[in-house]
Design a protein around this ligand. Structure first.
Ligand code: LLP
Length: 460
């Protein structure tokens, strides 16, 4: 028997007509049974990602914890998996707070982020007795103090500092520069901590820093860690403010290229190595020794690194067409299911669920079928509705099925009903079993009408 743990979660079967599997289930079977677009998640991948992060931290021997950022994916069934694993939860709205509590996260491991918390959200989080608010402005501090006073409660808070570090990620997902709306400038942070400490209904417990997302170099993390540690130590020495924790945020980049490999797939345009992404142990090895100089409990808030590579978004080719400059593959899936390519020019590997068999005679096995550059687009009425542009693909035809890989983070959570499209279903695979963890929305519900509005053709 094959050692299942040695196998990649998403891989092609080794028969003559290779087909893409997730754990032990062929993805085409799921596409046939549930239709497309369809988000398919692997439980094993989520658990492995979380445990890898946690184990690297535990190895440091200190009391650190991983708080999963729900904004990446807030499906309650996926959250239950992480809650059972002992993760904390980083939430950014009342909805995320409620689903985190319902999924079983312990309130003392819930942090609440966001530049624009409403009074109702603050009250809800205070009543839930969460671990800490990550506060973004002085005005927010006074509002939290007022609401806590009214409720006769004390609010535990961290102050989010802005270290003015360039995350070198896409500008739309960089958050640690002065011109970004996030956090309080390092230069004003001491004053903010003193101001917070002077409020009777506020207990200052931590400091928070998050510089951006899909960060693929260590340098920005190291810079942010150094400046935060310097600040924390001087806050203690000069102002006598002693914190309990340092929340270093999320942002760890992942590999989006060469996620699935097969000799019959056209090579990635960047080659075998793809893009450089530091490994988890490189990341932890680089920042933890710096952060540990504070002696504080360290919290990380990864989202993408926990869920992104656990999901393939399945699509069906509806049409193909070419003009004098381009070949288009038009699918039933687009920016409504995955807006990342449109919004951030993000790369997602797209692969066929079934590979065409290589020529048996003459040319020899393993020969790559001729491929061509295509734009893989969706059905939505926007030019920005693409999943991939200028992508080398083996020939595709109507009815072929595709997997868009690493769609688990910021896929469903950024999905929309644009063009009155129902949100797709989500399926969770565990070994050779699977189940729907969120049903496809119905057209009638999304349109807010019933099918009875159609007058039968015969009655006209
Ligand atoms: N903590 C805070 C305060 C955050 O704002 C975020 C993400 C995270 C943690 C988790 O970051 P991660 O580990 O997932 O990088 N929609 C974009 C990403 C936006 C990230 C927003 N904040 C995308 O699809 O790339």
């Amino acid at each position: 028997m094959t050692d299942v743990l040695d196998q990649e979660v998403f891989r092609y079967s080794s028969d003559a007509q290779p087909q893409l599997l997730v754990e032990d289930v062929p993805l085409s079977k799921l596409a046939d049974e549930f239709g497309t677009p369809l988000y398919v998640y692997s439980k094993r991948q989520i658990v492995e990602n979380f445990q890898a992060f946690n184990a690297t931290l535990k190895a440091s021997g200190k009391e650190h914890y991983v708080s999963y950022a729900l904004k990446a994916n807030s499906n309650i069934e996926l959250l239950r998996i992480l809650a059972v694993e002992g993760a904390g939860a980083d939430v950014v709205s009342a909805g995320e707070l409620l689903v985190a509590l319902a999924a079983g996260f312990s309130p003392d491991k819930i942090t609440f982020d966001g530049t624009g918390k409403t009074d109702a959200e603050i009250e809800l989080a205070l009543r839930a007795n969460i671990h800490a608010f990550n506060v973004e402005s002085l005005e927010e501090l006074t509002v939290i103090n007022d609401i806590a006073t009214r409720l006769s409660l004390r609010a535990k808070i961290s102050i989010r500092v802005n270290p003015n570090v360039d995350a070198k990620s896409h500008p739309y997902i960089s958050t640690g520069l002065k011109e970004n709306k996030f956090g309080i400038d390092m230069a004003e942070a001491r004053e903010a901590f003193l101001y917070a400490a002077a409020h009777p209904a506020i207990e200052v417990v931590g400091i928070h820093v998050h510089i951006g997302s899909q960060i693929t170099s260590l340098d920005p993390f190291i810079k942010a860690a150094r400046s935060t540690v310097k600040f924390v130590n001087s806050l203690r020495v000069k102002s006598g403010i002693v914190l309990e924790h340092l929340n270093f945020g999320g942002g760890q980049g992942i590999h989006y290229r060469n996620v699935v490999r097969h000799p019959q797939l056209p090579p990635d345009e960047l080659g075998e190595e793809g893009e450089y992404v530091p490994s988890l142990s490189e990341f932890v090895g680089a920042v933890l020794p710096i952060l540990d100089q504070t002696g504080l409990k360290i919290i990380f808030e990864p989202g993408r690194a926990i869920v992104a590579n656990s999901c393939a978004l399945l699509a069906t080719v509806l049409y193909t067409k070419a003009n004098s400059v381009k070949h288009f593959v038009i699918t039933d899936t687009g920016m409504t299911e995955l807006i990342r390519p449109c919004l951030y020019d993000a790369y997602h590997q797209v692969v066929p669920l079934k590979l065409t068999p290589p020529p048996l005679e003459g040319a020899g096995r393993g020969v790559v079928s001729p491929s061509q550059k295509v734009d893989i687009v969706g059905p939505i009425c926007e030019t920005s509705d693409f999943l991939a542009q200028g992508r080398e693909m083996t020939p595709l035809k109507r009815g072929d099925r595709l997997a868009v890989l690493c769609a688990g983070a910021y896929g469903y959570t950024l999905a929309s009903n644009y063009n009155l499209r129902p949100r797709a279903a989500e399926v969770l695979v565990d070994g050779d079993t699977y189940r729907v963890i969120r049903a496809r929305e119905t057209i009638e519900a999304v349109a807010g009408v019933s099918e009875s509005v159609i007058t039968p053709a015969s009655a006209q």
